[in-house]
Design a protein around this ligand. Structure first.
Ligand code: ISL
Ligand code: CA
Length: 622
């Protein structure tokens, strides 16, 4: 048990304490070495409010202590292994709105995906993850679902969806659907019934609170700006929305809500869906509705987080969800703000909850967030991957990704001038496809697609960016635009570049969002270029598949892990050993000396020399 008399050193032995402390240190950009200092380790928790009262008052300390004790007595899961299709798969994430327009209306759709299925098959990917394709008013491009059992009309029909599932299965490929279960659209029939008939069967499906002073029930902030509550005069009550004001949080405390959710899952399992990506699934249990700590809120960018990012009923809910909803379907949970120890408890096979977690620690450098304009240092990626693929992977299986629909393009984060676009995209292919974990590639990543020089806010479409820009501008923030331009999720949402043609060959009509730069990279051009990122990704995927025992299930043995700017390791298994060597910087570095005679099988430079050139990345066979 952690009490007010416990010391920082006790906290580090507590899995939740350890995760929370290292997250805070990372967000604040403080040198992690500080925690190693014996003086700091001996500080008692009750002294913290005196030392850092502004950041950590008594109330926050007490709620943190509750959080640390939440899993008290729960043993940490033991190391485990075992084979599974989803460990071996290379997954490809599709943002359907931007992938391929099949009917010429400027919006990507399911027939468009079907058109390109052989492209994906030839790339060698085993499974597709589709961002939401359900009926939705598109306040957040499908993450606001109006009907879970209907396809969005812009994307096609249920028949198109069934055809896609069949076409994938015919090719031995699988389908992972995105499931958004923390919230529904305010246009969902449940919400409309809840709003208009508080005493009816849907009255308690959402998180409603009344207040008498005209203020929202607490100070929680939405991830997409403003309060996390909207007042509805129809019901004279406030409803919670952690995301946009059209994404209403479901009340998972209500057994009837959980039953509905299990039925939705059954519906899709029966359609033949193989797995699910569970949107912000760690947010479903709200421990209390008390005010959040304002200072912590200012650091994180959203107040209230400590009360729901690892809520007290999360594990119990997920266990039931596994039993009655998921059954044997694969499930990867999007976890925002949890750390590796928590994720082990959420995903280790012995725990009967989820199979895998998306963890975001590696996406931004310490002290930085997505909206900061800075140059990403690959040494941070290395630090995180060493952790994921090392002791973490002994216990549960990591997900490996560097891009998705919520983040700017990684090549641009590392090298905004794109001097080394090709080298870096191939380096990322090496890092992801030799990793001990499941690689999730994001559409366009295989081409080296980069950030887009949006001219102004009129070119943006994302609700998060638009709200944030409005909020900052209203505050008179002179840096509103550079800030939004650095972090907007729209960088990843411009049309897939199929050809160097108008609209990148994505559509004959004006696309719903502007196109990037199809002259810089496109499928058509890269197909014909042997040294292109596309062909490199293909070769890397093929290598991973041919040497599954080494490159998927094999051991991960870092070489010279402390050497800055170098990321080197062995992957060994079956009868094969591979050596992976990467220069993480834009200058030359000395490679470590190795005794073995090795054959270079793949590299982003045509020939080997005695030094490693900028972002040089190679895979050797021993
Ligand atoms: O900052 C965050 C929390 O630490 C966010 O990144 C949060 O995790 C993320 O925005 C959640 O994303 C998912 O749910 C959203 C949706 O807009 C995103 O596209 C989806 O990936 C709401 O459904
Ligand atoms: Ca279309």
């Amino acid at each position: 048990m952690i009490t007010r008399d416990s010391r920082i050193s006790d906290l580090l032995k507590n899995p939740i304490g350890c995760d929370v402390l290292s997250r805070l240190v990372q967000y604040a950009g403080v040198d992690i070495g500080m925690i190693g200092n014996p003086l700091i380790r001996s500080v008692k928790l009750k002294a913290l409010p005196k030392l850092a009262g502004k950041v950590l008052d008594d109330r926050l300390l007490d709620s943190m202590i509750c959080l640390f004790n939440q899993d008290d007595g729960v043993p940490m899961p033991e190391p485990s292994d075992g084979h599974a299709w989803w460990k071996e798969a290379v997954v490809y994430q599709i943002y359907p709105r931007s992938f391929k327009d099949g009917n010429g209306d400027g919006v990507g759709d399911i027939p468009g995906i079907l058109e390109k299925i052989d492209y994906l098959h030839a790339l060698g990917v085993d499974a597709l993850w589709l961002c939401p394709v359900y009926d939705s008013p598109n306040d957040d491009n499908g993450y606001d679902i109006r009907d879970y059992e209907k396809i969005m009309s812009e994307f096609g029909t249920m028949e198109d969806m069934e055809n896609l599932i069949a076409a994938l299965h015919e090719r031995g490929m699988r389908l992972i659907m995105d499931m958004v279960l923390n919230h529904t659209s305010d246009e969902h029939r449940w919400f409309q019934a809840s709003l208009h008939d508080p005493d009816g069967p849907y009255g308690d499906y959402y998180i409603w609170r009344k207040t008498s002073d005209g203020n929202p029930p607490n100070n929680w902030r939405s991830f997409f700006s403003g309060s996390a509550w909207t007042y509805y005069p129809e019901r004279d009550a406030w409803a919670m929305h952690l995301f946009s004001s059209k994404q209403m949080d479901l009340n998972w405390e209500n057994p009837a809500v959980r039953e509905e959710i299990y039925n939705i899952m059954r519906f899709w399992r029966e359609k033949g869906v193989d797995g699910f990506r569970l949107d912000v699934i760690n947010l479903i249990s709200k421990t209390t509705l008390d005010d959040g700590n304002e200072t912590l809120g200012a650091v994180l960018g959203f107040t209230g987080f400590e009360h729901y990012f690892y809520g007290k009923d999360l594990h119990a809910r997920l266990r039931d969800f596994r039993t009655y909803g998921l059954k044997d379907a694969f499930a990867v949970g999007e976890m925002s703000g949890t750390g590796p120890e928590m994720n082990k408890l959420l995903t280790a096979p012995s725990r009967g909850e989820l199979d895998m977690a998306f963890c975001f620690d590696h996406l931004d450098c310490p002290g930085k967030n997505r909206f900061d304009d800075y140059r990403y240092d690959l040494n941070h990626l290395k630090k995180c991957f060493l952790e994921y693929e090392g002791s973490y992977a002994d216990v549960t299986w990591p997900s490996i990704f560097t891009e998705n629909h919520d983040n700017p393009r990684m090549v641009s984060k590392i090298d905004p001038e794109l001097r080394f676009r090709t080298e870096i995209s191939k380096l990322l292919a090496v890092a992801m496809l030799t990793a001990r974990g499941t690689p999730f590639l994001y559409q366009g990543q295989e081409l080296g697609m980069a950030n887009v020089p949006f001219a102004d806010v009129s070119e943006l479409r994302d609700v998060e960016s638009l709200n944030r820009f409005r909020e900052l501008s209203e505050r008179g923030d002179a840096d509103a635009w550079p800030h939004i331009l650095a972090g907007t999720r729209d960088h990843a949402r411009t049309p897939m570049q199929w050809e160097n043609a108008e609209n990148g060959g994505f559509s004959g009509a004006q696309p719903w969002i502007r196109t990037g730069d199809p002259a810089a990279c496109s499928v058509q051009a890269e197909e014909n270029e042997p040294e292109s990122p596309l062909n490199f990704f293909r070769s890397m995927i093929a290598l991973r598949k041919a040497y599954r025992d080494a490159l998927v299930y094999g051991t991960f043995e870092p070489v010279a892990p402390k050497k800055k700017d170098l990321f080197c390791y062995y992957r060994r298994g079956g009868n094969a050993t591979f050596y992976v060597e990467m220069n993480l910087s834009d200058h030359e570095v000395e490679p470590p000396e190795l005794p073995e005679t090795m054959t270079r099988v793949l590299s982003n430079y045509p020939d080997a020399t005695t030094v490693l050139r900028p972002y040089e990345a190679s895979v050797y066979r021993i």
